[in-house]
Ligand binder design. Structure first.
Ligand code: C2E
Ligand code: CA
Ligand code: CA
Length: 774
């Protein structure tokens, strides 16, 4: 940019200079040509004046001569002669003497008249009218003069005339001599041409390149002619002379009363000046051209220098840029390499624990399998799932959950050998691959070691967490030949451990595969069942323990499948929670329960408890609208609608959930905390939530008469619930002694097989009309 600006500015300067020089030249030429014109005019005027002055000089000369000869004609001597002649005087007597006097007079006249010491008259002659000479200053006077040519002269006063003689032009002043009114003779004075020439020449510079011609009558006399002289040609070669004269300035001054004319040719003086000024202009032009060329050269030089400089700078910049780019490229390559390595690591490893991830773990397992195939060895695949880990996450937050996971991974890593592969393949799922497994017994030992890792509590910032794990195992080659099969088998074995109460290990057996098949089939059949409205609600009465009256009904979902028969709700609800069908299923339960309960209100005022999965509360607003809508549609008073939720809902509670629960309360609906005691929540935690009732989990009642701590827990829960102003519902009342015990503790409500199993609506209605226990 800078360079181009410099370029432009120098270009500008050059252009301006060129324009200025051109203007200067044009001005000079104009001024010069104007000057020349003026000069020409001045010269012309000057020459005109000069020729006029020549003419007047000649005029004076001729006038002088004319008057002189005029005087002579009236001179006494001349008149005496003619008087004597007229009187007939003889030559001897008086005429001869007067003739001698006359002659003397003529000589005297011719020799006395001089201009600038030059005698004017070369010869003076007196002739008779017929031309015969009477007297002359020359001894050898002309014998006869043709006076006929004087007729013209006589008519003029000056008498100047000229003729061409053999010896050149002769200028004469001719005056008639009058006697007694009659012309008796002529006085003819030949003018000394040298006087004429001298008179004019002394006014003109010799060197002047000119020509002056005096024309009298038809005779022309060259006064001077430097033109034909310089022409260096024969003066008779008139053509060349005419051509040369044609180029000259020509003046013609007629002097009428003397009847002569001056013709002058001058070299145009300004032609020479013009030549000089043209040379001057040419010089200037050459100079100007040189200046322009010089400027252009300088400009070019400057440009090349600037161009060169630019080029050098560009080159330098380019090099710098290149090296910079190079460096950048190098560091970029390094960075890429590093980030690729990082990415490769990240792609293969779990960012939290640094363990291989699922994909990389699977790859490593595949490698082990092919190695085992070659070596003919066994591989143990272990699926480790942390028990109730979700509750730590939910109650303590994900950050704490992550910390605990890291600790668990660390402990596991320390427990295994270097040749073993430990990978994290899910949130709280680990994969342990043990190559070269000897036998099933060593597999059991490995599993025990893994479980023992969790014996000690995990400590994080003064918090103690008790964790356990469920371990499922499969073995190569008997349980599967590839990664997928072995992982699926270990997974199934792990689920079996979960089902059986967790904190244990289990080997895969082929029955488990049937469980998986069942799960997959159930899932598709459940979808179908929901869309075809094949689900049904059963109702289990909730009894006021004191009176034995049915005060409520818990709606429990039933699915009687064509192929599988009655499917356990815990099983299909877990499936529905996984695939999202729970929302439709829940909606069905709410609508059905509301309609049914609304219908039963005429028989007995009872509330209906509907179970809600935590998953349903992911869309609180929608769920609330559903409940409200079904209540309105069915006409069931909101106070008769009871929402049962489990503790897990409360762990990771949001503002939305709290708002929703309060909205439900404001609507008039009741809130019950279900399965209390199975989760991690402390009773005091419940204070935050607007619950009406608390359901003691049936597992406490199951062993309460055999297990004192269970009994104690029931006592404490009931006492604290009372302190929190919650009504208590005891689940799983199977025997009368449960009733007695609970009544004793002032537990308000109960449900269980002791009163009734969950029943279809029709059967429940019958029971409602006539309870069997009363
Ligand atoms: P839950 O909410 O704890 O329901 C009570 C369960 O205890 C019912 O099992 C009931 O049949 C059983 N039960 C009642 N009295 C006794 C007794 O004296 N002894 C024993 N051993 N069991 C008793 P069910 O019907 O199989 O339901 C299992 C679970 O499925 C329920 O546990 C509930 O969590 C879930 N569930 C059932 N229906 C629904 C539903 O509509 N929606 C949701 N989200 N969950 C449901
Ligand atoms: Ca329930
Ligand atoms: Ca329950």
């Amino acid at each position: 940019m800078k360079q181009s600006a410099r370029k432009i500015s120098s270009q500008k300067i050059i252009s301006v200079c060129a324009i200025l020089v051109s203007l200067y030249l044009a001005m000079i030429i104009t001024v010069t040509s104007l000057g020349q014109d003026k000069l020409k005019a001045a010269q012309y005027r000057e020459l005109d004046l000069k020729v006029k002055s020549y003419a007047s000089t000649l005029d004076n000369l001729f006038t002088l001569a004319s008057e002189d000869i005029d005087h002579l004609s009236t001179d006494r001597t001349v008149q005496t002669f003619f008087a004597n002649l007229a009187s007939g005087m003889s030559m001897e007597y008086g005429l001869g003497a007067s003739l001698i006097n006359l002659k003397r007079k003529l000589v005297e006249k011719s020799s006395s008249k001089a201009v600038n010491n030059q005698i004017i008259y070369r010869q003076i002659t007196l002739t008779a009218p017929d031309g015969s000479p009477i007297a002359s200053t020359e001894k050898s006077a002309r014998s006869f003069i043709d006076t006929s040519r004087f007729i013209d002269v006589e008519s003029r006063s000056d008498g100047v005339t000229a003729f061409q003689s053999a010896s050149g032009v002769v200028i004469q002043v001719v005056k008639p001599v009058m006697f007694s009114g009659k012309a008796v003779g002529y006085l003819i004075a030949d003018i000394n041409k040298a006087v004429v020439i001298a008179q004019l020449t002394n006014q003109e510079h010799e060197d002047s390149y000119s020509r002056l011609v005096l024309q009298i009558n038809d005779a022309e006399m060259k006064v001077w002619d430097s033109i034909s002289r310089t022409l260096d040609i024969d003066a008779t070669a008139t053509e060349a002379l005419d051509a040369a004269l044609a180029e000259k300035i020509y003046f013609e001054v007629p002097v009428d009363h003397h009847h002569f004319k001056l013709m002058a040719w001058f070299e145009s003086l300004s032609e020479r000046d013009l030549y000089t000024s043209q040379a001057f202009i040419s010089g200037l032009s050459v100079l100007a051209i040189m200046i322009v060329v010089g400027l252009l050269y300088a400009f070019n030089l400057n440009n090349t220098r600037v161009g060169l400089k630019i080029k050098l700078e560009e080159e330098k910049k380019r090099k710098e840029f290149l090296s910079e780019q190079n460096q950048r490229l190098a560091s970029e390559v390094e960075r890429r390499k590093a980030s690729e390595e990082e990415l490769a690591f990240q792609a293969k490893h779990d960012s939290l624990t640094g363990l291989p991830n699922r994909v990389y773990g699977s790859d490593r397992l595949a490698l082990e399998l092919s190695r085992a195939e070659r070596m003919g060895s066994n591989v143990l695949v272990m699926f480790i799932d942390l028990d109730h880990f979700k509750q730590i996450n939910d109650s303590m937050g994900h950050f704490v959950g992550d910390e605990v996971l890291k600790l668990a991974a660390e402990r596991l890593q320390n427990a295994v050998r270097k040749t073993d592969l430990l990978a994290r393949i899910g949130g709280d799922e680990f994969l342990l691959v043990i190559p070269d497994l000897q036998d099933a017994d060593s597999a059991k030992r490995f599993a025990t070691t893994v479980l023992s890792v969790f014996n000690e509590p995990f400590v994080w910032q003064n918090h103690e967490f008790f964790l356990s794990a469920s371990v499922g195992m499969s073995m190569y080659p008997q349980d599967g030949s590839n990664v997928e099969q072995l992982l699926a088998c270990a997974d199934m074995a792990m689920y079996r451990v979960k089902q059986d109460g967790r904190n244990a290990f289990c080997f895969y057996d082929h029955n488990m595969n049937q469980d998986l098949q069942r799960f997959l089939e159930l899932e598709s059949r459940l979808r179908h069942a929901i869309s075809q409205n094949l689900l049904e609600l059963y109702y289990q009465p909730i009894i006021e323990l004191d009176s034995g009256k049915i005060v409520g009904a818990e709606a429990l979902m039933r699915w009687n499948d064509d192929k599988f028969g009655f499917v356990n709700p815990e099983e299909f609800i877990a499936i529905a929670e996984k695939n999202g069908l729970i929302h439709q299923l829940g909606d069905f339960a709410i609508r059905q329960a509301c309609q049914q309960a609304a219908h039963w209100q005429s028989v007995a005022p009872l509330f209906v408890s509907v179970n809600f999965s935590s998953v349903q509360f992911r869309y609180c607003e929608r769920l609330f609208d559903q409940i409200k809508q079904h209540l309105e549609e069915s006409g069931l008073p909101a106070e008769m609608f009871d929402v049962e939720v489990t503790e897990s809902l409360l762990f990771n509670h949001s503002g939305d959930l709290m708002e929703m629960l309060h909205n439900l309360r404001s609507l008039g609906a009741k809130l019950t905390i279900d399965d209390f005691g199975t989760g991690y929540s402390a009773l005091s935690y419940l204070q935050k939530f607007p619950f009406d009732r608390l359901k003691i989990d049936r597992s406490f009642l199951q062993n309460m008469f055999e297990n004192e701590s269970d009994r104690e827990l029931v006592n404490v829960i009931i006492a604290m619930a009372k302190a929190l102003n919650l009504k208590i519902v005891a689940e799983g009342i199977e025997e009368q002694r449960h009733v007695d015990y609970l009544k004793n503790l002032n537990c308000e409500f109960g449900q269980g097989f002791h009163y009734s199993r969950p029943l279809p609506a029709k059967d429940f209605e019958a029971l409602l009309a006539k309870p069997t226990w009363l």
